[in-house]
Design a binder for this molecule. Structure first.
Ligand SMILES: Nc1ncnc2c1ncn2[C@@H]1O[C@H](COP(=O)(O)OP(=O)(O)OP(=O)(O)O)[C@@H](O)[C@H]1O
Length: 264
């Protein structure tokens, strides 16, 4: 059974490296069971912030709370049972079968050195089925394509049955069908999800809440229609956005370059 969906929040979080504040004074809330999208241009601090939210890095200042408890005060095992993090582009070439990679998600749920039990196998199989990778179960991980790896890695995260799922660019390498399938799954799950996303249109369509970052700071957060205003998009991304009414509940975003050099 999944851990109960937790509220994850950051309070005035700053992280400094190489003399630069890569994340600065970030305060945000990811509601329990909601799907929160982290958006912002390249280098705006999305991955760095996700690692802070996952407890993989300690803030230089400020706190990250899971259901009100400071992540820094929780035992690592407790965090691992309740929160899972999927990094961008897992490049490992380790010789494991797909089923063993997914089974890694079960590690926090059993005593050290204990073999996987029937429940572990059932949960791992179900996670593979949800991500459409069950047919790859006996394949060797290094032989998978980029999109297959991405889906296996997300199956591993689901097999962990977390209350909070943090995903760094989960749509990377996925074809359009798998992108939509994954977003449907993330929007429907009762788990609290925070995902860094680049596609603003898809983020607007599937996320209940968006957090827009620029240079490590939060520029706007709230429902997509409040965050993805043409003014915010032009200011942060330097492109022109037009809201086009569409068949979906939310308007479609048309993006065009601003006049001037293309790569300025
Ligand atoms: N350990 C580090 N030391 C120094 N600089 C770092 C470190 N990690 C990240 N950076 C820098 O911090 C900034 C934010 O990086 P981050 O990877 O969080 O951005 P991002 O929003 O996820 O970008 P992208 O959309 O390109 O994946 C970048 O300028 C990056 O070069």
């Amino acid at each position: 059974m999944n851990a109960h969906a937790a509220v994850l929040s950051a309070h005035e979080v700053t992280w400094t490296a190489g003399g630069r504040r890569l994340v600065e004074d970030v305060t945000l809330t990811a509601p329990a069971g909601g799907f929160t999208g982290l958006i912002g241009p390249n280098g705006s601090g999305k991955s760095t912030l996700l690692r802070l939210l996952a407890g993989l890095r300690r803030p230089s200042a400020g706190r990250v709370l899971m259901d009100g408890a400071d992540l820094a005060s929780l035992r690592r095992g407790d965090v691992a049972r309740r929160l899972s993090f999927t990094a961008q582009d897992v490049a490992s070439e380790v010789e494991l079968r797909v089923r063993d990679v997914v089974a890694l998600g079960r590690l926090p749920h059993r005593p050290r050195l204990a073999a996987p039990g029937p429940e572990d196998e059932r949960v791992a199989r179900e996670a593979m089925e949800r991500l459409g990778v069950a047919a790859l179960a006996d394949r060797s991980w290094p032989t998978l394509s980029g999109g297959e790896r991405q889906r296996v890695n997300i199956a591993r995260a689901l097999a962990q049955e977390p209350g909070v799922l943090l995903l760094d660019e989960p749509l990377n390498h996925l074809d359009v069908r798998h992108q939509l399938g994954l977003l449907e799954l993330l929007a429907a799950t009762s788990v609290t999800v925070v995902a860094a996303l680049h596609d603003l249109d898809l983020a607007a369509r599937y996320c209940g809440r968006l957090v827009l970052l620029d240079a490590g700071r939060v520029v706007a957060q709230g429902p997509p229609e409040e965050v993805l205003t043409p003014g915010n998009i032009e200011r942060v991304y330097g492109v022109r956005a037009t809201l086009v009414p569409g068949p979906f509940p939310r308007p479609h975003l048309r993006l065009d370059p601003l006049p001037g050099p293309a790569t300025a």
